[in-house]
Design a protein around this ligand. Structure first.
Ligand code: GTP
Ligand code: MG
Length: 354
């Protein structure tokens, strides 16, 4: 089963390699959705295509205008030329809604950051894990993806001068790996009350991909009730999807649902100025002969929606290496850090950016 699954992923991934140059990104431009034109009224979109688009989460022209043609083609099973054409039409229809550069700059000013616990790692990310963005971390088992989630869920609670936002967190656990004891241990190490630290994290355990979707749908309600929520963790994004969707026939369904979830998360990040941190699994590509054959699962979609992609791997002497793979404005780079009982820390001797 795993074999079959990774084969599908490979096929999607192949395109990802070639298409990462794609200019269109849903996270580089923010748009205010004031005016809604029904997508079925766009030239070239019939009601059949409109219903496919809608069930894939493209509910209005704004969503379509900011979508990636490859992703739309993949999740809606329509040809790439068609998806390019209808996206162009959607952009035309939505052009009055783009923010001016100044408005955009204002919005960027409200971005807040949560420390990873390691100064070097923070510098790699431009100051920590950012609000209004999705940060994805992928890497093999034990590479520290969940540990970074624990760290962020505690650090978000710290005062600002210590790298926090005096905030609260939501944790969507799809693998059953949330550990209250680890939160308490980290809280104590950082001078927080351990019970309070746990109290400040709302945990939703997802048992199926539909359930995961429902829990994510509830996030805006939770934030409306508790405006201190500044971090949403999804650990991990793909585990349930990979287990449930086996075989080529169901791949389009899986990608559609994934697309809806990811865009919901992006909307949440944007609208509530919160950071979204999600972990992702990896697979090996047997066709990569030189270099590291590890790639993230999930196909085009995750790579295009995540603003920051971090690849984590185990380094020498128990250290971890974080590589920034994709970011809108920061250079690619690598840093090492370590996972200790007290949490994530710089590596003693070095830890500076290579
Ligand atoms: P999967 O979920 O299995 O894909 O892996 P992951 O990337 O989420 O791994 P995770 O973040 O759970 O990292 C586990 C690793 O963190 C362990 O193998 C340890 O090396 C390290 N670790 C976890 N807790 C502690 C701790 O209390 N002290 C120390 N020193 N290391 C820890
Ligand atoms: Mg994990």
């Amino acid at each position: 089963m795993a074999k079959k699954d990774s084969k599908e992923d490979e096929e999607i991934q192949e395109d990802v390699q070639e298409e990462t140059q794609e200019e269109i990104s849903t996270n580089s431009v923010s748009i205010t959705p004031d005016e809604y034109v029904d997508i079925k009224d766009l030239p070239g979109v019939g009601s059949a295509v409109a219903s496919r688009l809608k069930s894939a989460g493209y509910l209005d022209v704004i969503a379509l205008a900011t979508a990636n043609p490859l992703v739309v083609s993949e999740v809606c099973e329509i040809g790439e030329p068609t998806s390019r054409k209808i996206i162009a039409e959607a952009r035309e229809a939505a052009k009055m809604n783009f923010l001016s550069g100044l408005e955009f700059e204002d919005k960027r000013k409200s971005v807040q950051r949560i420390s990873t616990g390691s100064q070097a790692f923070d510098i790699l990310l431009g100051g920590g894990v950012e609000s209004q963005s999705i940060t994805e971390c992928y890497g093999e088992y034990g590479s520290g993806k969940s540990q970074l989630a624990f760290e962020l869920a505690v650090n978000v609670q710290l005062p600002r001068e210590k790298g926090g936002l005096e905030g609260h967190a939501i944790w969507i656990d799809t693998e059953g790996t949330f550990r209250p004891a680890r939160i308490e241990q980290l809280a104590v190490a950082k001078g927080l009350d351990p019970k309070e630290a746990l109290q400040n994290i709302k945990i939703g355990r997802a048992y199926s991909s539909d359930h995961q979707m429902l829990l994510i749908d509830k996030v805006p309600d939770l934030i409306n009730k508790d405006s201190k929520i500044k971090l949403v963790v999804v650990d991990s994004m793909m585990a349930l999807f990979r287990a449930e969707y086996i075989g080529r026939g169901t791949l389009a369904d899986r990608q559609q649902k994934l697309n809806v979830i990811l865009h919901n998360l992006q909307r949440i990040a944007d609208r509530f100025n919160v950071a979204v941190y999600m972990t992702n699994q990896v697979m090996a590509r047997p066709d990569v002969l030189f270099g590291d054959p590890t790639v993230a699962v999930g196909g085009h979609i995750i790579g295009h929606v995540a603003t920051y992609r971090i690849y984590l791997r185990k380094g020498k002497k128990g250290a971890r290496v974080a590589k920034l793979v994709d970011s809108p404005s920061l250079p690619e780079g690598e840093v090492t850090f370590q996972i200790t009982a007290e949490g994530i820390k710089d590596v003693e001797e070095e830890g500076k950016r290579k």
